[in-house]
Design a protein around this ligand. Sequence first.
Ligand code: IMP
Ligand code: MG
Length: 200
Amino acid sequence: MKLPTVAKENAEAEAHPDIERVLIGRARLAEQVRLLGQQITRDYAARGVRELTLVAVANGALIFAADLLREISLHTRFDSIRVSSYLDGTVPKTPPQMADLLRLDLVGRHVLVVDDILDTGNTLSRLCALLQKQGPASLRTCVLLDKKARRQVDFFSDYTGFDIPDRFVVGYGLDFAERYRNLPFIGALAPDKQDPAKWG
Ligand code: IMP
Ligand code: MG
């Protein structure tokens, strides 16, 4: 029996019937997260910072943050905050709500906010304004994905994993109506799967 090639094995492992196209496979994700962790470590160490406070925007950023944490070689405090505006659709329906407050204090801390994707920019700009009021020593952001074409407010992330086109994507923590967070890659959701009412 002939064994499949590695490329074919990867393609088979990543195939999912609801995904139109894999945009970023698991190997590229892992490599870019490693590079981000190294860059963050270098940048903060160069400023004499020995401890970071990482704030992940739950739930979407939790998988990214969990991987990123392990690529940062500084003392790292960790907390998460819950922000929601999407409900069961691909278009935000309400302004982002901060449903949770943080357990960790941010006063005088070097805070790095980690999110899955920068889209309109509303979530991170509001969240950063809110966190800034708590008096951190510094406040920066790190996003895995950036859909620059969709920006509605003037907001730039300090660290970005990948710029992506204006497609609704899922996987590696990102969901559509709470599905697909567990896919190990970033993929574009097939248009005919973007209506939960039609799910079997
Ligand atoms: P923003 O406030 O429009 O920048 O939206 C940011 C949030 O919207 C992200 O943290 C995601 O939770 C969600 N989001 C935006 N685009 C996508 C997408 O393509 N797939 C899944 N979630 C998305
Ligand atoms: Mg999110």
